[in-house]
Every structure is written in C-alpha cells, then in structure tokens.
Design a protein around this ligand. Sequence first.
Ligand SMILES: Nc1ncnc2c1ncn2[C@@H]1O[C@H](COP(=O)(O)OP(=O)(O)OP(=O)(O)O)[C@@H](O)[C@H]1O
Ligand SMILES: [Mg+2]
Length: 225
Amino acid sequence: MNLEKGRLCLLYILSYFTGTSFLGLVNYDLKERRIIIVTGTPGVGKSAVSRALSKELKAEYIDLTKFVEKHGLIEGYDEDRETFIVDEEKVCIRLQEFIEGLNAQNIVIDGHYGVFTVSPEKVYRVFVLRRHPAELREVLLARGYSDRKIAENLASEILDVCLIDAIKRCGRDKVCEIDVTGKDVGCVVKKMVENLSGRRPCEIGIVDWLGELEREGRLDEFLTF
Ligand SMILES: Nc1ncnc2c1ncn2[C@@H]1O[C@H](COP(=O)(O)OP(=O)(O)OP(=O)(O)O)[C@@H](O)[C@H]1O
Ligand SMILES: [Mg+2]
C-alpha cells in the first residue's frame, strides 16, 4: 500500500465522520489510480505529447525507452530491424513493481509497446496517436533513419499495427485514436484531457491511410521495401 501519509490521514478523517470503513475507502482510493498508455508508431509524437499530458494531469511520466535502459532490461540489438531487443514479460514485471511504489494518482506510460507492459485490467485508457505517413516520413528522415527502418515504420502506421495491438490487448472500450497530423501538442493534449474527463467520447477508426493513399495512387510511394 503506497498512499502518502497526508492522503491516509484525510481518508481516516473521512471514514470517522462518515462512518465508512477506513479500509474500504483506502481500497476505493487505490482503485481510482489511472494508468494511461500513449502508443503509436515511432515518430508520431508520443513523447512530446505524453510529457505535456503528464504535466497537465500532474501525473507520473514513464518513458519506456528510458525505463528499460535505466533498469538494465535491454537484452541485445536487432541488426536487421535496427532496434533494441527487450523481453516484454520482464519489463512488465519490473514496471508493475515500479508502479506499485508510486504515489501518483495518474500514470502516463509512453511507448509503442506500452500495451504489452501492463495487465489489461489495470489500464484505464490507451491513446493511439496517428500521423499521416507523409508527415511521419519527414520526422523519420530528420532522425536519419535508414530507408529500411523508415519503410518498416511507415508500413506499420499504414497498416494500423499499434491500433490493432491496443484493441486486441485492452479491448475497444479503453482505446482512443487521435490524429495528430498538422496539430500542435497543446491541441492534442486538450483532446486527451477532454476525453479523460468524459467531455469527449473516444473514437476509433478515424483514419484510413491505406484507403486514402490507394485512392490517391500513392501507396507504392509509401509501401515499398
Ligand atoms: N503534435 C505535434 N506537432 C508537431 N510536432 C510534433 C508533435 N508531436 C511531436 N512532434 C515532433 O515530432 C518529432 C517526434 O516526436 P516524438 O519524439 O515525441 O515521437 P515518439 O512517438 O515519441 O517517437 P519514439 O517512438 O521514437 O520515441 C519530434 O521532433 C517532436 O518535436
Ligand atoms: Mg518517444
């Protein structure tokens, strides 16, 4: 149990005056913890958006890339895919321990495999950021990624890989898709906050890059290896 002392005192006073069970209130309080995952293809803007969202919600921010580095969870390097190899099961265990030690009410987890690192029943919301492949390509080119890595990431965005993973793992009800194309971070965060407060419903199926690029005759430009 990792509630701060002040919070425990408040719950105790509340239980005294309302005649409600103290443990019941503590359990209710713990249940209120919200784990929010921000996922999406590399380069869509997860970190920029997650940092701003965490600030807005006064949430604990966990960048999975940094978390696995800091906790020695990198197992190797995949030369073909030009990416670090992590054991998602181990990350899941370590992350759970870490989260249990936190006092924060809101926790924002930033990472494209975020949905695989938390038990689905503990996830409050998954935001899947989407970015038009033309804009995403510019971000990835600016990062100096190889042609192959860019092609893989663009294919992943066009084929909705992160969205499908999020729905399969956490269920449609917890997933919100947000198209960040041409939007600034503040505008994206505003939408997220509105959603979390219940003022804006979650939407999924809002983009169809595959259909759009096919209709424009540009699919080959983005789906070539
Ligand atoms: N909403 C936005 N509008 C404009 N630019 C943005 C927005 N979000 C992010 N960016 C810019 O896009 C680039 C990629 O963003 P970021 O590093 O946050 O992506 P990421 O999804 O976290 O990538 P990775 O998965 O590799 O960590 C950065 O240069 C960032 O400043
Ligand atoms: Mg990032």
